[in-house]
Design a protein around this ligand. Structure first.
Ligand code: PAF
Length: 286
């Protein structure tokens, strides 16, 4: 079966009506395009979860702050379509801003998940970012009405924000997270990695190594989370990173408790002009 590329909501809905008429379930993979192996692992998971795999490609202006990389974010729709064809996706939805925000841009109505999830970590350094994400994902859910939606764990905080939005608003969609795909040297795959120069790219896996060092400390019994993270932040700084945060939290992003058995370590750091994020979740076995 060949992939159907649709740009407008009416085409999308006509296409999905055929799947629904056959009582086939719909799995949605929301993306901003410039697809890599990490995205393809989401598509692969979507195939296991639904009969019709819909991939959206939309660089959402609402989730970019002033001075961020909205303008230069790589847009590679033809290459994306070719990869999705090979991956067996059924529908590629590639709308324009006017299709996603039919009432006009910026929209008057937005979705805000509470500050205990959205004012911390990335939300602290990118004010309004998660409002933009929650709003566009809500719109995608309304347009596609998927049975299941698949997101990467690479954006751990985003995944928690979306899960909470779905729970709080009683949305009838199952949210599934997929582990982060990494290059052989540990660097998490990201469309933004291509902004890195050769020397920066060689250094970039140190970010994951810092998370691994934090995880090793916890596994060895350390519970002085702040000191543990500060040590690794300092090490990153000494190597040329400009870390914004490196924190240990509970997996739902509430403060980490010493007696807990599941944690996530999260980091964001600039390397030159490129902002990288990563995280590592761990569950202690007794
Ligand atoms: O993770 C992303 O690529 C984006 O934040 C998403 C979920 C597609 C919303 O624009």
């Amino acid at each position: 079966m060949t992939i159907r590329t649709v740009h407008h909501v009416t085409e999308l809905q006509a296409e999905l009506a055929e799947w629904r008429a056959r009582r086939e379930s719909i799995a949605l993979v929301p993306t901003m395009g410039n697809l890599h192996a990490g995205h393809l692992s989401l598509v692969q998971r979507a195939h296991q979860l639904g009969e019709c795999v819909v991939v959206s490609v939309f660089v959402n202006p609402l989730q970019f702050g002033p001075g961020e990389d909205f303008e230069r974010y790589p847009r590679t729709l033809e290459a994306d379509a070719a990869l999705l064809r090979q991956a067996g996706a059924h529908v590629l939805f590639a709308p324009a801003v006017a299709d996603m925000y039919p009432g006009g841009y910026p929209p008057l109505t937005t979705v805000r998940v509470g500050g205990s999830l959205t004012d911390i970590l990335d939300g602290h350094f990118r004010p309004g970012h998660f409002d933009g994400v929650a709003t566009v994902v809500n719109i995608l859910f309304n347009l596609v009405r998927p049975d299941v939606a698949v997101f990467g764990e690479k954006d751990w905080q985003q995944l928690q924000v979306i899960r909470r939005m779905v729970a709080d608003l009683g949305m009838a969609v199952r949210v599934v997270g997929v582990p982060t795909a990494r290059d052989a040297d540990g660097l998490a795959l990201s469309s933004r990695n291509q902004y890195l120069g050769a020397a920066e790219r060689a250094l970039a896996p140190r970010l994951y190594a810092a998370l691994q060092a934090v995880a090793a400390g916890i596994e060895a019994g350390r519970r002085d989370f702040e000191v543990l993270c500060l040590e690794q932040k300092r090490a990153l700084e000494a190597e040329g990173f400009r870390p914004q945060y490196l924190e240990v939290r509970s997996q739902d992003l509430s403060p980490a408790r010493a007696e807990a058995t599941a944690f996530v370590a999260l980091v964001a750091a600039y390397l030159g002009g490129t902002r990288l994020i990563d995280n590592l979740s761990l569950r202690l076995v007794s």
